[in-house]
Design a protein around this ligand. Sequence first.
Ligand SMILES: *[C@@H]1O[C@H](CO)[C@@H](O)[C@H](O)[C@H]1NC(C)=O
Length: 341
Amino acid sequence: MKFALALAALATTAQALSEEASSMLLSERFEAFKAEHGKTYTGAEHKERMSVFEANVEKVAKLNSKLEASGKAPVHGVTKFADMTEDEFQFYLGVDANLKAPELPVYRADEVVVNATGSFNWNDEGKLTAVKDQQQCGSCWAFSATETVETAWAIAGNSLTEFAPQQLVSCDSVDQGCNGGLPSNAFEYIKSAGGMCTESDYPYTSGKGVTGTCTSPLPSLSGGTVSDWGYAQDKCQGFQACTEDTDAIIAALKQYGPMSIAIDASQWSSYTGGIMDSGSCSNSPRKMDHAVQLVGYDADENYWVVRNSWNTNWGEDGFIRLKMGENTCGIANLAALVKSV
Ligand SMILES: *[C@@H]1O[C@H](CO)[C@@H](O)[C@H](O)[C@H]1NC(C)=O
C-alpha cells in the first residue's frame, strides 16, 4: 500500500516535471512568436492567447504528421495567425459558399494545350503588383478582383498600376464589403463604374473590418476597365463533383492572364511553404471560403502558383503552391478571367 502510494507520488512528480518542461518550451515558443509578429497582450488575454497558440501548435503537428505518414512533405507551421481561433480567422477570408456565382461564358484559349510541360509565371513577366494585405476584413473577393484587373490592364499594354480594392469594398453594392463577395460580381461593378481608382487616390481603410460608405464623388478613374470576362472552364457549384481541366486553364492563363479563383482556405492559416495537395483542403464548392489569384504553374513539378492577399509575411512571400491536376482546394471551380479591358 505504502509502496503503491509512493509510486503514484513519483508518477505525479514526473508528470508535473514533464508538464513544466513542455510548458516552458511552449512559453518560449510563444514569446518568440510574439516578438516575431510584434504582438502584445495585456492581463488575462495573454493566458488565453497562449492557450489558443498551444492548440494551434498541436494542430500543426497533427497536420504535418498526417502528411508525413502518407509520404508527403509537411506544409504547415507557426504563422502570424497562430494566436487566433478558427472563428477569428474567418475575418481574413470573404467568400460565402452559398453565394451563387453568375452565369458567364467560358473562354477557351486559341492555342490548344495537351499534356502541358514546362512552367510559366506572370510574376516573371513583370505583370504583378506587390502582394496586398486585406487584413481583418472579408474583402478577399475585392482584392482578388483588383489583382486580376491590374494584371489584365497591364497585359493589355498599359503601365502596371495599383488599383483600389477599397472602391470595390465600399461601392460595389451587389457584394457585401467586409462580409464577403465574389470577384465575378466585382467585374460587373467595375464595368458599370467605368473603371477603377488608383490605390493612392482611394487608399484601403477597411483593414479593421469596417466596410465604409462609397466616397462621393469618386476620385477620378485611372483605367482598370473591364469589358469582357468569363470562366476558364465551366463553373462548378452546389453539389456537383468538380474536376480540373488542367490544359484549358493553362492555355487560358497564358493567353488572358491571371485569374480570380475561389477556394477552400480553411487550412491555409498554418501554411508555411511547399506544395499543398487535395489531402489538405476540399475541392467541393460547398467548402469555398476565400478568393485569391492564380498566376502561374510548373507542369513538370506539378503545381499551380497562387497569390494570396495576406501580405508577404505569409506562405512563400505571400504565395502558395497547389498541386496540379486534382483541383486542389477547388482552384478550377470558379476560375474567372478578364478577357478584354
Ligand atoms: C496525354 O497523356 C495521356 C495520359 O498520359 C496519353 O494517353 C495521351 O496520349 C497524351 N497525349 C499526347 C498528345 O501526348
